[in-house]
Design a protein around this ligand. Structure first.
Ligand SMILES: *Cc1c(COP(=O)(O)O)cnc(C)c1O
Length: 397
């Protein structure tokens, strides 16, 4: 029996150019973003300008993590303590965690067969609740019909926060993911599309929201050293009434990220080559299903999802285990017990009145996920497909 020997969590090394720039920053000793000499622009500030330009938005803030960006995005967009926030039930735990952290109440919305937010349930819950915010996760890179989501938001006066942890570099009908909402958040944690170990970004076109976010992030009164920000008037309005919630990015991470930003489009292209190869193999497997992604969804295939409809809990467990035994790390989102990075919504028990979400439970019950690190090649994808196929058949038999 063939086995697969590479690690699903091994990313590419940091490029020599990025290492060289990081070494320069370390030699300077000026790692703090506001530690500048004369008219020096800090590495973090330059990164923000470049990140904003990449997305085509006026404002960007680099901060400590994606989850942190979500938390201050919610506060900056106007969340008041106790406010309900609509949010996908199928997401990663830092998302409801950010809502809780910002004082809000997650109001979980069902998941469709295509793994995106169920717009009908969103419409229902938007109408039935007082929610004025939607935190939309483009979970595992799957983008919901943005026209429909925006239509629901507009008709109920709901502001949209996009969680783009898996869609940096992705587009919907040619428009960059992260430019649809009032504010968007990104992560540069090791397993996302940029890798600075930890890190995050917040982007927006709203000057007052941005001024609040910058002060929240811990700018003190040094916000004048940012470049991708609005003018002094916007800061004047908010600077004394916005608490400092210290969560800045530092120049060392920024140095690594500035170089990686130039490598991003090429990396996205490589992810999609691997994704297409693996997708083609998986589609050959009887009983395995994958939603056909809309033509105008220009995703970044840094991970791949599939379902095994009809599999029982035991069959799912056996399947995941037999893949694992052969070196193929499959995550199962339907598992009762949270494990590693994955947890099902009903394990977030700090949420009062956890709703019953039968559609989500059904979708998650056979939903599998594999990372596609860029240390894999197409031969690896063929072997992974073969092993997944054999394990899926084994469990059917
Ligand atoms: C990783 C992730 C986050 C949070 O990012 P961190 O930088 O790890 O805090 C938020 N949402 C989703 C969907 C994620 O996968």
């Amino acid at each position: 029996m063939k086995t697969f020997g590479k690690s699903f969590t091994q990313q590419q090394p940091i490029s020599e150019a990025a290492i060289a720039r990081a070494a320069e920053i370390m030699r300077s000793g000026r790692l703090h973003r506001y530690n500048t000499v004369d008219n020096e622009e800090s590495e973090t500030s330059l990164l923000e300008v470049e990140f904003a330009a990449y997305l085509g938005v006026p404002y960007a803030l680099a901060c400590a993590s994606g989850g942190y960006a979500l938390q201050i995005a919610l506060r900056s967009v106007g969340l008041a303590p106790g406010d309900p926030v609509l949010c996908n039930a199928f997401t990663l735990s830092p998302v409801p965690g950010a809502i809780h952290n910002a004082g809000g109440r997650p109001l979980l919305v069902e998941t469709g067969e295509d793994y995106t937010i169920d717009v009908e349930d969103l419409r229902r819950k938007a109408a039935a609740s007082q929610a004025k915010l939607l935190l939309l996760s483009h979970m595992r890179g799957h983008i919901a019909s943005m026209e429909e989501v925006l239509e629901v938001c507009e008709s109920h006066g709901i502001k949209l926060i996009e969680d783009c942890a898996h869609t940096l570099g992705a587009r919907w009908k040619g428009r960059m993911s992260g430019t649809f909402g009032d504010v968007a958040c990104f992560s540069s944690q090791t397993y996302k599309h940029l890798n600075s170990g930890e890190g995050g970004f917040l982007t927006t076109s709203d000057p007052e929201l941005m001024a609040r976010a910058v002060i929240h992030s811990g700018s003190y009164m040094l916000y004048g050293r940012h470049r991708a920000v609005p003018g002094e008037e916007d800061f004047q309005r908010v600077r004394l009434v916005t608490p400092n919630m210290s969560g800045r990015m530092d120049n060392l991470r920024a140095a690594i990220l500035r170089v990686q930003l130039h490598e991003l489009d090429e990396n996205c292209r490589r992810w999609n080559v691997l994704y297409s190869c693996l997708e083609a193999e998986l589609r050959k497997i009887p009983g395995l299903s994958m939603p056909h992604r809309p033509q105008h969804e220009q995703y970044v295939g840094s991970s791949i999802q599939f379902s095994l409809p009809g599999f029982s809990e035991d069959q799912m467990r056996n399947f995941v285990e037999s893949c694992g035994n052969r070196g193929v790390e499959v995550k199962w989102f339907g598992e009762k017990e949270p494990r590693g990075f994955t947890s099902r919504y009903d394990s977030w028990q700090y949420i009062n009145e956890l709703p019953d979400l039968p559609l989500t439970r059904r979708v998650l019950s056979t939903l599998c996920d594999m990372r596609i690190p860029l240390t894999f090649d197409e031969t690896d994808c063929l072997l992974i497909g073969e092993i997944v196929g054999e394990c899926a058949r084994g469990d059917r038999g």
